[in-house]
Structures are given as C-alpha cells and as structure tokens.
Write a protein that binds this ligand. Structure first.
Ligand code: NDP
Ligand code: MG
Length: 386
C-alpha cells in the first residue's frame, strides 16, 4: 500500500535510513525537515519532491530559500521552530516520522498527534520529557504511536498477539553495553569525545552515540518503555547483549520469554513502523546464523555508569524528574563534546538532577516542562562553571 510520509530530521542518521526505506517501498514524501544541513536537504528535495520543507536554523533557511528560487516547482519553505511544528501538523501526510534529536522533538510530536496523524517515533526524548502529555494526546486523538527505537520496536513486535499481550509481566530491554563495557571508573577518567564517539555495533548520530557510551541511552529507553508499554520501571530489566542481535524480549505470566532478533540495522524497525501491521521485504540483510556464533548476556554496571540508575530513579519519582534528567544530560553531552567537562561528569551531573529535582504533584503543563528543562540545563552549566 502506498503511503505519504512527513519525515522530521531527514538529514540525520535515522532520517537518511528512513529515506532508504521510503525509496525501497516507493512511498511518497509530503514533508522534510532539518535543522541546518541545507546541502543534504536540497539533494533530498530534488530526489523526493516534497510539497513542504522546514528548516529550523534561520541562516540555513535563508540559504535554502535562495536555492529553491531557481527550482521550477519548489516546496513551500517553513522556518524556525514554529515551521517545524507547522509542518508536523500539515494535512497531506498519512504518517509523521519524527527523527529529530533531543527535546526539540517534543513540540512536533505533540503537533503531529494533535493533528490526528499516526506517529512513528524515533525521538525518544519526546516520551522521556513529556510522556504524560504525549500518551494523553495519543489516547484523546485515537492515533497510533509506532516505536522506531529498535528495542521498543522489538517489544512492540513481541506484543502483537493481543491475547498474550494482556499477560505481559516483564520487559527485558537489551543493551549493547557501549564502547566502555567492562571498564571501571578509574579507566574512564581520560575518555575523550573521539573515544566515546566510537560505537561497537551501531552507527548513529553524535548525541545518541555519547548516550550509548554513558548508558544514558538505556536510561532514556527504560523511561520510553514505561510510557509505551505501561509497566512500572521495576518491571523493565536491562540485559546487556553485546552482539546487538536480540533487540529486546518480553516475558509473559507463564514465564515464557519471546524475543525479536535481526541484524543491527535500523531500517528494520523504521520499516516496521511504516508498514505495520504488515510485513514486507525491505533493504536490510538477513541474519546469518551460520556465522553468528555466540550470544552473550551480562548485567549492566550501574555503579560505574551513573546515568542508568539516575534515569530509573527519575521515572520512579515521576512528574518532571525525567524531564530534568534529560535536560541535564543534553546540556552535559553538549559540554562534553566541546571538551568542557570530563566523561564521568556527565553521569555525575545527571545523577545530581535525579536527586535535586522533585516530581511535584505529578501533573504538569508544557510551560512547566520547558521551565524544568531550562533549570536542569542551568544547574549543569553552574556545576561545570561553563
Ligand atoms: P542525528 O544527529 O544523526 O540527526 C538529527 C536530525 O535532527 C538531523 O536531521 C538534524 O538536522 C535534526 N535536528 C537537530 N537539531 C534539531 C533541532 N533543534 N530542531 C529540529 N531538527 C533538529 O540523530 P539520530 O538520527 O542519530 O537520532 C535521531 C533521534 O532518533 C534521537 O532521538 C535518537 O535518540 C533516536 N534514535 C536514533 C537511533 C540511531 O541509530 N541513530 C536509534 C534509535 C533512536 P541537521 O542535520 O540539519 O542538523
Ligand atoms: Mg535503541
């Protein structure tokens, strides 16, 4: 079946892999959005001929405007954060795929849902920062929220049998362990951004690669799983699976465990989110069991990787605590990539946010959420003297 898609974050790692899937399936593109990579966005506009595009950065938008003026049938150009939100809500697409990075993805997530469109969600920070608002809006609008994150796609795939899904007792969230698996704090003192940007099994954008090295990514995913699948945090167990072949598992009341396996290729979960509930052939290769060898399982080291414990603490506290932990992490990662703080300080600052920020009375508005994000970022800059 042909579909029309609006893809937010089209120039990123998930964005470009989504376009591989869209190309292979012959889907149409209604909208594309990026922050500032005009060169790649222009190539994508030429190939996929969207009706509308959004560029968040104002200077980049000016550059693109000049380029589009020479094209015969240019797409409508929307700019700034408002443009991104407007594009997410524009009629014309069947489904919005949100592959923006960070809390910047929250507003377009809410806009897409409120406009009544199904949402394929790669931007985990939407659920981490505004889980209650997102889930409430999904219920109110009766739209589908389709996970793109590989672990959540795996869990979603394992839950497709509706009769069994009612008996879900536990989620086994797999983790690669990142590039520093098995290392202790003493060995992590001197880690640089270059070291941390080398991931053993997945090829991803910069921010999520650092999150994988600190295990914050698994912490964010644990919070994401709580919102998507409705189990409490203590029923989501992190299992280190170094080969990234088992993408996650579910356990039912009879203690039967169902897993989803495949090569570590994001095009499988991206495609499933777009074709659900159908399965169709796609660009990702098959898993070769003749060369696979051993699958290993380990426990995550929360004493060394403080982010994971902090994220658990935050979702257990509830309210805006996960928003604070996410904001502290986004700010800390930015400072680490600028060589302004050490690797281990990311975990220390995130743990501090989980400690200091309270849940309030649990409920919150969007304004309170953004204020909390700003306060957590300010706390990190203060701690870092930055
Ligand atoms: P990238 O950094 O590779 O790409 C991010 C995309 O978002 C780019 O298109 C970028 O535009 C755009 N962008 C960046 N900042 C903003 C902003 N402030 N407003 C609007 N758009 C913005 O990230 P990834 O593709 O790796 O990750 C995207 C999301 O998917 C993240 O939430 C991540 O956690 C999640 N995810 C990623 C996986 C992966 O394998 N990469 C796996 C599972 C989940 P520009 O290029 O112009 O800067
Ligand atoms: Mg993941």
């Amino acid at each position: 079946m042909s579909k029309v898609i609006t893809l937010l974050g089209s120039t990123g790692s998930i964005g470009t892999q989504s376009l591989d899937v869209i190309r292979a399936q012959g889907y149409q593109v209604f909208g594309l959005a990026a922050h500032s990579n005009v060169t790649l966005l222009l190539r994508q506009i030429i190939e996929f001929t969207p009706k509308a595009v959004a560029v968040v950065d104002p200077h980049a938008a000016e550059q693109l405007k000049a380029q589009l003026s020479t094209m015969p049938n240019p797409p409508v150009l929307l700019t700034g954060k408002e443009g991104l939100v407007e594009l997410a809500a524009m009629p014309g697409a069947d489904i919005v795929l949100n592959a923006v990075v960070g809390i910047a993805g929250l507003a377009p997530t809410l806009a897409a849902i409120e406009s009544g469109k199904d949402l394929a969600l790669a931007n985990k920070e939407s659920l981490v920062t505004g889980g209650q608002l997102v889930i409430d809006a999904v219920k109110k609008k009766g739209v589908h929220l389709l996970p793109v994150d590989s672990e959540h796609s795996a869990i979603f795939q394992c839950l497709q049998d509706a009769a069994s899904a009612k008996s879900l007792t536990k989620i086994l969230l797999t983790a690669s362990g990142g590039p520093f698996f098995g290392k202790k704090k003493e060995e992590l003192q001197q880690i640089t951004a270059v070291d941390a940007l080398r991931h053993p099994t997945w090829n991803m954008g910069g921010k999520i690669t650092i999150d994988s090295a600190t295990l914050m990514n698994k912490g964010l995913e644990l919070i994401e799983a709580v919102w998507l699948f409705g189990l409490p945090a203590d029923k989501v167990q992190v299992v280190v699976q170094r080969q990234s072949v088992i993408h996650s598992m579910v356990q039912y009341s009879d203690n039967s465990v169902i897993a989803q396996l495949g090569v570590p290729d994001m095009r499988i979960p991206i495609q499933y989110a777009l074709t659900w509930p159908e399965r169709v052939p796609g660009p990702a290769p098959e898993l070769d069991f003749t060369t696979l060898g051993t699958l290993t399982f380990d426990v995550a080291d929360e004493d060394t990787f403080l982010c994971l414990a902090a994220a658990k603490r935050a979702i257990t506290k509830g309210g805006l605590c996960p928003t604070a932990v996410n904001g502290a992490n986004e700010q800390a990662v930015e400072l680490f990539l600028q060589d302004k703080i050490r690797f281990l300080e990311i975990g220390e600052f995130v743990a501090r946010a989980a400690e200091e920020f309270s849940a309030g009375n649990g409920a919150y508005t969007l304004e309170e959420l953004y204020a909390c994000d700003a306060a957590a970022r300010a706390m990190v800059r203060r701690l870092a003297n930055a």
